[in-house]
Design a protein around this ligand. Structure first.
Ligand code: UD1
Length: 379
């Protein structure tokens, strides 16, 4: 069985690693890793490959940055010949980034089976580019691997047949569990005992100067009580400079490698973020998380975990922070199946070890074969 994994952006890397590892020992499975190059800075990409033990990509499409349409189109154009040449039995896509939807579109038109890892998450906010990517990918995918039950409910509401859906748990937590001993051993020099860890990169928070200015003002207020450690995404750093904003009181750092960043999360008094994955990691680690968004596609982090949505409400951020500093932080539990074995469950389903109902499994291509379609030119 020939499986192609497609990744492109930082949050994909901790999701592909457990699946690659779980499949690597299975008889008859050949794997190809395609990196689209959506993220290309070494500290957004290479360092994650090293720490997570991911082999160097077999193919790098080197697409780089661009508008959504350009980036998506470029990935599609460069990925199509790879699929046509390699004729995989299954292509696995991860998360909700532009690389995810671009690869899915290519495969579904070529009649290649697609498995979506981290399917079914919904923020119900179509202003988020990731929500569009999730909706399209899930409609087209043949196998949908969900991290939590809300994913199954969302997919069935959208008419996805039950037999295509597999509740497997949170694959990103597998990487965390595997590297936890290293994370626990890691010490960050010069770090105060109590600090707030901040990340920020959502277009809705950083692309508008007034919004970003308001958030930085709130973070300056936070820095009156706690040191603010802020590894900045390249997009956010660009905007702070472009808008001429003041972040002098904050400890602005370059993006950090996986282990270093998780160690900072684990030791933080509070994490303030607009990321998706960090809401999940803090829930697993039991660290209070204040999310600078009005919605989340990961509702179990609120219902079961340590996450609280504060949006851009400076007053709410202040009062929630005061609760945490008073020792009244929300206590959470770890959601079911976030146990470090999700990669193995996915591998079992793909290799037919576990019954997958009527769902197509790898090797059982849809009627339109790649061969037939690859020679067609759309006019
Ligand atoms: C992408 C994902 C988002 C994910 C985030 C994690 C989409 C739609 N969004 O957003 O879901 O949470 O990655 O980081 O796919 N840049 C660099 N170096 C890099 C990568 C990006 O400088 O290695 C800069 C470029 O100026 C680029 C900007 O960051 O234009 C944004 O990058 P892009 O991949 O378009 O989106 P992200 O904001 O990173």
């Amino acid at each position: 069985m020939q499986i192609v994994h497609v990744v492109g952006a930082r949050p994909n890397f901790m999701k592909v690693a457990p699946v690659l590892h779980a499949l690597s020992g299975r008889p008859g499975v050949q794997q190809t890793l395609v990196h689209t190059g959506q993220h290309y800075d070494p500290n957004m990409s290479d360092v994650f490959f090293q720490q997570l033990g991911i082999p160097a990509p077999d193919v790098n499409l080197s697409v780089g940055s661009g508008t959504h349409a350009k980036q998506t189109a470029e990935i599609m154009t460069r990925f199509e010949p790879v699929v046509v040449e390699r004729k995989p039995d299954m292509v696995l896509v991860y998360g909700d980034v532009n690389s995810t939807v671009a690869a899915t579109l290519v495969c579904s038109k070529l009649g290649i089976l697609v498995g979506h890892v981290e399917a079914g998450l919904r923020s119900f906010d179509r202003a988020m580019p990731e929500e569009i990517n999730r909706l399209v990918t899930d409609q087209l995918a043949d196998l949908l691997f969900t991290p939590s039950e809300d994913g199954d409910v969302n997919l069935q509401r959208e008419g996805i047949p039950r037999e295509k859906i597999h509740l497997v748990g949170n694959v990103m937590i597998d990487s965390l569990v595997r590297l936890l001993p290293e994370i626990l051993r890691h010490t960050t020099p010069g770090l105060p005992k109590r600090y707030a860890l901040v990340t920020l990169h959502r277009p809705s928070n950083v692309d508008d100067s007034a919004t970003l200015k308001g958030i930085l003002k709130s973070l300056l207020d936070v820095s009156q009580d706690l040191s603010v450690v802020f590894p900045a995404h390249p997009r956010t750093r660009q905007r702070i400079t472009e808008f001429g904003l003041n972040a002098d009181q904050l400890r602005l750092l370059d993006p950090l490698p996986y282990v270093e960043f998780l160690a900072l999360q684990r030791g933080a008094t509070v994490v303030i973020t607009d990321s998706g994955g960090i809401q999940e990691e803090t829930t697993y680690l039991g660290v209070p998380c204040l999310t600078l968004r009005n919605n989340t596609e990961r509702p179990v982090t609120v219902s079961l975990g340590t996450n609280v949505l504060v949006g851009q409400d400076a007053e709410k951020l202040r009062s929630e922070l005061a609760n945490i500093l008073d020792g009244k932080a929300k206590k959470g539990t770890i959601p079911p199946l976030w146990d470090g074995n999700t990669g193995e469950r996915i591998a079992d389903i793909l290799t037919g070890k576990q019954s997958s109902g009527n769902a197509p499994h790898a090797g059982q291509k849809r009627e339109a074969s790649v061969k037939a379609q690859s020679s067609q030119v759309v006019r």
